[in-house]
Design a protein around this ligand. Sequence first.
Ligand SMILES: [Zn+2]
Length: 164
Amino acid sequence: MLIEGGLQKIKLTRLRELASNGLIGTICPDGNYSQDIFNHIAQFTSRLHLTSLNGGAQLIAPEHPLHERDGRSLIASIKFGWEKGKGKAITLFSHYPCGMAYELGRSPQEVIFDTLSADAYLTQLLELPEEIILPLFHVDWTPEKNDNKRCRTYVIKNKCLSLL
Ligand SMILES: [Zn+2]
């Protein structure tokens, strides 16, 4: 999928520009990765309005099994942040491997699909211009039995939908 261009490396300068006024969003609180993800976001801006529930952005997708229970809480938090002017950009973070995705038996492809679906749903719900929400995917590429983590963050492109 990387080779096909469905996942794209983040352009830091572009994101700093988008997030210069603050960043609203959601991440998964997974203790194995949350610090790495947080550090990544903190490079974009120091004004962070983040909500964290197990699973992160995938929960917002209307077809996700936890949409009613957790997705709606994330949406309320993001909506509040947006209406109160906490930022001009919204990041929807999912990651893999993710404990909640495992728990629900969801594959990385399904997590990517849910994150894109969350983007589309929220864009429509909050009546936002297309470019406000950035769907991001944090991946641990560390080979087994290796202590040095190799994590990367990608922007999920709509092109993924035709590749999944
Ligand atoms: Zn997780």
